[in-house]
Write a protein that binds this ligand. Structure first.
Ligand code: ATP
Ligand code: MG
Ligand code: FE
Length: 342
């Protein structure tokens, strides 16, 4: 089937077209620059930006894919989690298109989209596989079997901040530009990761904790008040601590569950040190590592289309047209069809 995916959960408006597991084309618009002066995403600004971007982004995706709207067999859209007003814009567009074209609508969990992003580059996921989701708002270690049909098992989650949140907040303290994650990555290139060693909080099992690390990095920056802050060293050390804890637990989870494939997804999977250390440790442990290409790590519509395509091919029940959004939906199933909420 030809599936259109629409994403609008945060500050990216994305549309993508996927047919039978293959990415045909996609487009993304971001309101990131409009939020920069506030140091974080402003929900009302994000929602208004989606209103303006959603139609042209869908148009661009269709053009890039070389298909017409009337060729679309199903529409998939992020119904949560995310910002309520932002989600509603993408959902309204998706409902209008699905109704107008007379095709089924599928609500998709945003994080399942991050997972499915990898299939567009590397093909179907092996079952089972361990998935490390590291994004702006989430950090989880999952055991995934059949994304379209089976519940997603959580091996561990963050007890406090997400890894991306840790990067974004520490970047602010370091005086780096918004968004913080990519700025930390760039600054770290010139730094010595051993110049300062930040703590590596390792709570029990496969849970994570990043708030202690965030505080330690902030304290370290405060100690330089009045002098020159060696930002590059701090960025390199922070990245090292995050990459170390993430990959240590992810590889251990694969070993314990006898799983041969680790998939690392979400915005923080774009981090160069996370990618390099995951590669190194997976190779040493004889585990196959899969990481989506950079452009599919951060929010996009192609990953939502990828989930929609899996759901359609699995014969999943479509969403009713009165489906709503769930801004804080836990990740249980790839399909997310809240009604009468949001
Ligand atoms: P969620 O998916 O949890 O709802 P989100 O959609 O805002 O949150 P993503 O788009 O998946 O998050 O990722 C954005 C996050 O990724 C931000 O925290 C950003 O700083 C981080 N990020 C992006 N590139 C990098 C990088 N190179 N290094 C570190 N962090 C990065
Ligand atoms: Mg974003
Ligand atoms: Fe995301």
């Amino acid at each position: 089937p030809l599936v259109l995916g629409i994403e609008s959960s945060c500050d990216e408006t994305g549309a993508g077209l996927v047919r039978d597991g293959r990415l045909l084309g996609h487009a993304v618009a971001s309101s990131m620059d409009a939020h920069a002066r506030y140091g974080g995403v402003v929900p009302e600004i994000a929602a208004r930006a989606h209103v303006h971007a959603v139609r042209p982004v869908i148009r661009r995706a269709l053009d890039e894919a070389g298909v017409r709207a009337r060729d679309i067999d199903a529409v998939a859209v992020t119904t949560g989690p995310g910002l309520a007003g932002a989600l509603q814009v993408g959902l309204a567009a998706a409902k209008g298109l699905a109704y107008g074209l007379g095709v089924p609508l599928h609500g998709v969990h945003h994080l399942a989209g991050h997972v499915a992003a990898d299939t567009l580059e590397h093909g179907p996921l092996p079952s089972p596989c361990v998935v490390l989701i590291v994004s702006g708002g989430h950090t989880s270690l999952l055991l995934v079997r059949d994304l379209a049909r089976e519940p997603i098992a959580h091996l561990g989650d963050t007890l406090d901040d997400a890894a991306g949140e840790c990067f974004d907040k520490v970047a602010r303290v370091f005086g780096l530009p918004y968004p913080g994650g990519p700025a930390i990555d760039r600054a770290a290139r010139e730094g010595d990761p051993g110049a300062v060693v930040f703590p590596r909080p390792l709570p029990g099992g496969y849970d994570f904790s990043f708030s202690g690390l965030k505080t330690a990095a902030a304290r370290w920056a405060e100690r330089h008040a009045g002098g020159v802050l060696p930002v590059a060293d701090g960025a390199a050390a922070l990245q090292e601590a995050v990459a170390d804890t993430l990959t240590r637990k992810a590889v251990a989870a694969c070993a314990e569950h006898g799983v041969g494939t680790l998939v690392v997804v979400g915005g923080v999977a774009a981090n160069s040190r996370v990618r390099a250390l995951a590669e190194e440790r997976c190779r040493a442990a004889g585990i196959e590592l899969r990481v989506p290409p950079l452009r599919l790590c951060t929010d996009n519509g192609a990953m939502i289309a990828a989930v929609g395509d899996l759901l359609v091919r699995a014969g999943a029940e479509p969403a009713p047209l009165d489906v709503s959004v769930d801004p804080s939906a836990p990740l249980e199933y790839a399909a997310l069809h809240p009604v009468g909420r949001g």
